[in-house]
Ligand binder design. Sequence first.
Ligand SMILES: Nc1ncnc2c1ncn2[C@@H]1O[C@H](COP(=O)(O)OP(=O)(O)OP(=O)(O)O)[C@@H](O)[C@H]1O
Ligand SMILES: [Mg+2]
Ligand SMILES: [Zn+2]
Length: 583
Amino acid sequence: MAYKALYRTYRPKTFSEVVGQRAIIKTLKNSIAQDKIAHAYLFCGPRGTGKTSMARLFAKALNCSTGQGNQCNKCENCLAIMNGNHPDVYEIDAASNSGVENVRNLIEQVGFAPIMGRYKVYIIDEVHSMSPSAFNALLKTLEEPPANVVFILATTEPNKVLPTILSRVQRYDFTKVSDKDIVLRMKQILETEGIEYEESALKLIARMADGGVRDALSLLDQAISYCADKIKEKEIYSLFGLLQIEDKINIIRFCHLNDVKSALELVRKKADEGADIVRLHDDLINIYKDLLIYGTTKDSSLLECLKPEEASPITISTTEIRRDLDILIQARRNYKNVINVLDEFELTIIKISMKPEGEQEKSKVAIEKSEPSLKSSLEHIEKTEPKNSEINNPTPSIKSEPISSSEHTIIRSSALSNDDLKEGEGASVIIDEKTIINIMVQGNKKMKQNLIKDWKNQLETILPSDRLYYLSKSLLKCLPAIACDEVIVVKTFFKGVASNLNLLSNQENLTVLMRDLFNLEDIRVVALQNSKYIDFVNTFMNYNQANSLPKPEKIVLRNSNQNDEQGSEGKTNAQNFVESLGI
Ligand SMILES: Nc1ncnc2c1ncn2[C@@H]1O[C@H](COP(=O)(O)OP(=O)(O)OP(=O)(O)O)[C@@H](O)[C@H]1O
Ligand SMILES: [Mg+2]
Ligand SMILES: [Zn+2]
């Protein structure tokens, strides 16, 4: 049987199982209690925050046989809605081809009375991508809606919904769910599953999910498979390539001691272990933000990522913090234009370490006084890390810049806008469902098995002196998942490893590695995180069951730099790619 992801198993069955979105639930409940049910609702908001779930819950509350407003989950109406086979509840994906036909046909039958329940409910997902003909049919119906029909339109992009529709619906804006609520939902699920956890581990997962409950549950799924008996904070760090707070603080300390060498060595060590560099960059911004807030207010209740005992020994002046934050925020914007994220990050670290003259000694003394254990950290790195001859302790210095004398400046909140923090992170291969399903359709099981058999042995033949050593180490954290003549898809637990392998800057070398190690000519390698791979396998199975797998097509891997990399006729995609790189 196909593996069922947690987020699918645990779709909320009652309003009380929904986390966040309280105002929406209250209004919907009231409208049912007062029998003031609108004909059309628009549920909009970020992905995975409960729009489809809420639509189904509302359909149940309208139709439950034990009474309007209930969700007994036992009556024939509730059960049919949960199983997706209620004759009066239609779920249509307006973005798919079949959706277009469905919308028109179903809306044409909208005038017929419900068969089994009290209301006919039409849940139309991705309504912004509806075809014009379906749209017109919908519009006509919304102008003169029949009794006992409720439309629930859902979208992540309300700005793309036409004003003619918007003016005829009651709009509900779903919001990102707070970390606290996400942790609550994860706890409920883990307790039902009888899985032990450390609360701090769940907090980390919630933070990574950035307000999306579905994302949180996918991450939790991976954590469950990774952690043997109990979900532990420490294992979450290694699973997702996160750095421990001490490591991040040490990076900041090294910078302020002008110890570029140790800072870079620590960063490279962590990158080697699969750390997600962009996340690390964001975390440093958040630590600096905490330091700034703590430095100016001394109020530990305002700290978001540091504990008071972590914040108080760091005595960097607010002027310096502000300067470093400016550098970090500026560099964060650059990621979308750079090919190698690690290079960019290292440059940023060097910039931060370049103190204006006169400031150097001051901060060195302050930090050494404040943190005796730092010396042992330094020694630890010296001991555990091989010397890297490329880094020659540049101890750079720059001319003193005039710095604002205010020690109490708070950074503009706009400087930390979410958009800045979420921007692209270096050009990489785009991996979408269509492409992966197309590769799966052409998958060659024998080839995959042969690759798996030799994978470790071959990759371990690459020596540390080889320029491809770094890549081979990343590949050792992956296993081939799908193989066909043109592409190998590898899967990994590590998000950082997957995104790093998919960077365009690494693609050429991966092709070279596959040729040298496995005698495969012109083959591309792309990486998927395990959870994504599982999602794709599920989608593949669903297509397969419905007998609607697409026919094999030429594989075209697009990248985030180009909207369309359609290969020229007669050439394989790998050839096109290799040519485009000039090799
Ligand atoms: N607010 C929430 N409370 C509890 N679980 C949630 C919530 N939001 C999402 N989930 C979980 O995530 C899964 C997906 O949620 P849902 O399909 O409702 O999201 P959506 O907002 O419709 O996403 P999309 O925009 O991608 O369609 C659910 O099955 C459930 O497990
Ligand atoms: Mg949805
Ligand atoms: Zn019921």
